[in-house]
Design a binder for this molecule. Structure first.
Ligand code: FE
Ligand code: FE
Ligand code: ZN
Ligand code: FE
Length: 166
């Protein structure tokens, strides 16, 4: 293995730990967000993503196995900050008609974080010649893109429901 390849492989392993930590935090945050959501649709979207996220954790464990490593998380300050913002909006906009808009915005930021991480990891897996890992990461990437799109739809739907100003 060349020095450059070895370093990319290290980066890949570190990146896996980062997103593994993040997904596990997201699994615990989503039920709270579902509970906080004002609309049934939004609660359902969060609940659907709990199941997907559990599968994403399992997929990551397979990728760890593919590089002969035990699945370990590594503290990711990025995701902790984004999830904190979600909790903040939940508290500050409790009972406000804008609560769902705030929750959607917080969740969109989380999906963007994940899309960014999985996009990078997928490309690195390809560059490292790890086709199977790249396929698994791509599958998750697609789920995150879909979750993001569903949230956008719900945000637009909520706007359309808004009473017209006279
Ligand atoms: Fe995820
Ligand atoms: Fe991170
Ligand atoms: Zn977006
Ligand atoms: Fe997600």
């Amino acid at each position: 293995m060349s020095k450059a390849t070895k370093q990319l492989a290290d980066l890949f392993h570190e990146g896996l730990k980062d997103i593994y930590f993040a997904e596990k935090k997201i699994v615990t945050a989503l039920p709270k967000m579902a509970k906080a959501a004002g609309s049934e649709d939004l609660a359902a979207a969060f609940k659907k993503h709990i199941n997907e996220t559990e599968e994403q954790v399992t997929r990551l464990e397979i990728v760890f196995e593919l590089i002969d490593q035990k699945p370990h998380g590594r503290n990711c300050p990025g995701i902790m900050g984004l999830l904190d913002e979600g909790q903040e909006v939940t508290k500050e906009y409790k009972n406000s008609p804008a609560l769902d808009a705030g929750l959607i915005a917080a969740a969109q930021a989380v999906e963007h974080y994940e899309i960014s991480r999985y996009g990078t990891l997928m490309v690195w897996a390809q560059q490292l010649g790890m086709t199977e890992a790249a396929t698994l990461l791509h599958r998750t990437l697609q789920e995150e893109v879909k979750a993001h799109a569903l949230l956008t739809q719900l945000a637009e739907k909520a706007l359309n429901r808004e009473p017209q100003m006279a």
